[in-house]
Design a protein around this ligand. Sequence first.
Ligand code: HEB
Ligand code: CA
Length: 344
Amino acid sequence: TAALTKRVACPDGKNTATNAACCSLFAVRDDLQANMFAGGQCNAEAHEALRLTFHDAIAISNKAGNKGGADGSIMLFDNIETKFHANIGLDEVVAFQKPFVARHNISAADFIQFAGAVAVSNCPGAPRLPFFLGRKTATAAAPDGLVPEPFHTVEQILDRFLDAGPEGFVDVEVVWALSAHTIAAANDVDAAVPGVPFDSTPSVFDTQFFLETQLRGTTFVGKGGHQGEVQSAVKGVMRLQSDHNLARDTRTNCEWQSFVNNHDKLHDRFIDAWLKISLLGNDQNTMIDCSEVIPVPKTINDVAKFPPSLTNRDVEQACADTPFPTLGTQPGAATVVPPVKRNH
Ligand code: HEB
Ligand code: CA
């Protein structure tokens, strides 16, 4: 039976909400859009906000009793956690985000996930991510070693995800979560070339990441040879060794390929994977659904195409069950994908 929900008028005189507890989030959202995401852009700061949601949340271990998770520890104990090797670069993100937490009535734990959901909404083609309010606050820093690294083996990565929380993440869910790398870049894998994206469209939430990682690697963004880096198929694009291997491993390759040119699947499965990440260590049933505060992303007409000059012949077919989809090629000569520039 569908209940009729009465909306409450928020004290800001502008907004209404299904639950009064969500009212204060409108001002946080507007502050983020204006002062973190440069007027609602899918910019470097938005990418970083999404990465931070993962690095705070994934630091939970079933084997170790499920302490931590999405609890704000990466910000509350940043002196400890941002020194962990896997969290390289996040010291700057945390420093940038802290004043926002300070000027609003929100916990670090909720803020990190809320900022990530707002960030993703700025990327055309992205799903509108759900946001639940009311996370537990960290009482200690997470231990080192729980955040996956790009030089970890597929075995290590799948094991780590399976150990994250009481349910863990099964192999296909790991692939779903990696949709995040369609709006992502690396600053520190090769520090000589900051902002190098993981696909040719780092400000669009499309399926290009899954397509491009399946292509034969031919080029390094910089001098190459960095830990966790392998050759990519497109100049200016960096490929992580972990993404390369997940696209090819028998446990994950068919799921990986299934995202190529399947925008609906990308959209729906990222909601599932991200929501689960964003709730790690918390009980959804005791939290308040404030998803209505998250902006509705722009839609796109997502038709996957090979980057200029590349074709189905450049695919390193890995999935044995299904052939790679036959796709067109973007017109023109091969170009160099420009780096993602920071605003702050
Ligand atoms: Fe990620 C980025 C790794 C998963 C989100 N990554 C990144 C990087 C790396 C990684 C290395 C780069 C950093 C620098 O800066 O240098 N990841 C990784 C791994 C994994 C992952 C190994 C597992 C497999 N991610 C993930 C997830 C998510 C993410 C799940 C969500 C959900 N990342 C991300 C982002 C980014 C990244 C967003 C971008 C950032 C920027 O741009 O800044
Ligand atoms: Ca993309």
